[in-house]
Design a protein. Sequence first.
Lengths: 315, 324, 295
Amino acid sequence: MTTDEPLLRVRGLKVGFPTSDGLVKASDAIDLTIRTGETLALLGETGSGKTVLGMAILRLLQPNTRIEGEILYRGRDLLSLPEREMQKVRGREIAVVLQNSGTSFNPVLRVGDQIAEAITLHRGLKGPDAEAAAVDLLDRVRIADPARMAREYPHRFSGGMRERALIALALACNPSFLIADEPTRGLDAVTRREILSLFSEINRDRSVLFITHDIEAAATLAARVAVMYAGEIVEIGPVDAVLSSPVHPYTRGLLGSLPERGMRPIPGSAPSLIAPPAGCRFSPRCTFAVGRCEKEHPGLVEVGPGHYARCMLYD
Amino acid sequence: MRLAYVLRRLLYSALAFGISVTIMFAILHFMPGDYITQYLEAIYTIAPPEVVEAYNHAYGLDRPLIEQYFSYLIGVLQGDWGYSLSYSRPVLDVVCEKLVWTLVLLLPATVLSAIVGIVIGAYSGWKRGSKADIVLLNGMIFLRAIPSYWLALVILIIFAFYLGFFPLGGYVSLSALDTGIDPLDVMSHAALPIFTLFLFSVTGIYYLMRNSMLMTAGEDYIVTARSKGLDDPTILWRHAVRNAMLPTVTMIAFQCARMLAGSIFVETVFSWPGLGMLTYEAIEVRDFPLLQGILLIDTLFVIVANIGADMIYPFIDPRVEVGS
Amino acid sequence: MRSFGVTPHARSSIRVWRWVTVSGHNVALYLSLGVILVYCAIALFAPVIAPFDPFAMSGSPLAPPDATHLLGTNDLAQDIFSRLIWGTRATLILGFLGAAVSVVMDTIIGIVAGYYGGRVDEAVMRFVDVMMTIPAFPLLLVVTIFFRPGIYVTAVIMGLFGGLNGVRIIRSQVLTLAVSDFVVGTKALGAGDGYIMGRHILPNILPLVGVKFVTSAQHFMLVGIGLGFLGIGDQNLVDWGQMIERASQNGGIILGLWWWLIPPGLAVTVISLALAWFAYAWEERINPRFQVMRV
């Protein structure tokens, strides 16, 4: 059920953090589109810039962050909105499931109240109505005894329950677009599978940006996959294409490092984001690198239907 | 479980009290010179030896030290805190009477400084680096640097002497001799000392609250609150303050104890007849038993304040079970 | 550790010359240090700077300021300005000596508790808790009034009684250090505890100790002068607290003797302020302010 006009279009997004050592270019010239009802998985290691991208969309980064480019949501550039307008978007139109469920809830407030807060803010329900809606949400995310748990404090929730509650919070106002940042990190295998199944069920008609390092989860949930490295998208395309026949050497290395595919780690380490290498950022570690790779910076080239890679070898 | 914890806490406090008493007793009795002689010298210039001996016997100073210690300790537990040389009354009576008047100053000052300290500390920390923060922070550093006795004097001079808004001292006006004690009158006398004590203690709470807020502001759940679309003031007052406030409870108890020491100066300057002024008087006339009693009540006060803080904490932080 | 929500620290800067920008912090640091050094100089060179002997009767009593007596005279016809100058000594001695004693005590206890951890730590901290219930200031008063010590002994006693506040901060820092890699490594090489505590832990907490020293100095100066205010100070020395007290007792307020009443209090406040600002600016420097983002 996708329309032609993408729900979200990111154009030339650059995010930089000023530090005492220099400007950390966490994201560099990102272009991305997500259609209505589509799930895009964002794969990458820690430090690749995927969380930054997610946070940037909702403008949840530090006030002194340098952001350039456009983030068009339903045609409106989110980056140019005044803060008041942005507050109306957050939670209502676009919601985020944050990375660390253990610390993402306010420890001194009840879980139900924290969910009801969003409901009161955007859906206009007050008091007992909002509370009832919160209980209902907890039920939808398959938390047992939702009425009692809503009155509990976050430290009483187990890891899996907290993750579900966080999802409930994000979905409280039925946003059209959900950003999920590593929802399965740190969970045991059983819980992980439960969360993933919950995810696919609950987001059937929603656009989702699924940020993860879990390749299997991406394979299960996403229609398209984008692979990030050193602040750039190095490969993007339909999930089958990218994961079964990866094109970019980094993607291939990433898949090769999976236990079930041989567990071969990629030699070397990720480059500094303050002074990234000129030319292709992966070239220092790439087994296929040629002279050109270190001098010229590759753009995204089409390597298949809807499938792009940032590599000199295919240019 | 809760009862066991309370009992354990009380036992621990009783033990702490006992150790404090012992240490104080040791310090005071191992000093050169004896206090009877000093006291008598403050009254007579040369005390006749028979008078000294009579006093010594009456106050038990001619008994061995260990005996003195134990009889004192037992006496304390039974409510016999000795006999004041200058007041000619049991120490406990005098001390309790004056304690009430000090509490009239201390309690409002504590409440005021807690509220104000928390509010402006929270705002300052949240808006760190802003003009408001810099002004407040430097203002507080400045305030903290002023010695309490000088502050009290300056306040007295400005508000009572020059502006005449408040009386110059004492706790009631002379008219009380005829009409009895009027609460409003007492309040107007208490206003300036309370204000001074408030200024004395608010800085510590502000500073701690500000630091606490700096850490709270970087927490993940603040990002969650922001992602819900809440506006800045809501996040600050509904989410951040509740968490940042937690460490200040202990600080409030600490400031309470600190104000007790500060009251020695404040009460003396404003002629307020509380424990502080009593301490000053007792020092002047070298009334040792009374001073010992004052030390005891001060210790008790600190212990009670700490217990209070411990008891309150589980009510404001749901993660803490009573007993941890 | 993400700190997305933190409002960044706006460095207040002043352009002094075209090429030199002085950050607000450095101004506070150097200015306050300057004031402290000036006070030290005054204390050191008091006999040279002060026009009169502070105890000598050098004019008529309660005289207002004029050319010879810059701040007038007190009730005993002593020159107030000279007394003000000489009073610096008592203040600084009380502050710095008291702070030295207190900080040494705190550091030793803090290192021992933090380094050994476990039961030793618990026992020590419980002892510290009990000691902190003892009302330090009233006890100090009583001891001073009966013991009648000179200023140096008073400073030492002040340090011993009023000292235990810094223990917690030092101890928590030492706790983190004690389990850090390089300490564990040194232990593995066979180094003794004393060696590690002295050679490795101590240098790492020196900045913290330094800041504590400065704040303690401020505190003890105020307390020490307070003793003088209550009439318990060393009578052989000039003491600003005594001056304030005498001024208020001898009609300083009613007669409007500002030149007597205000300068000593102001003098204390200024040095106290300088120490506080120095401590704050220094603490800002040694604290890591920017957290590295791990995304």
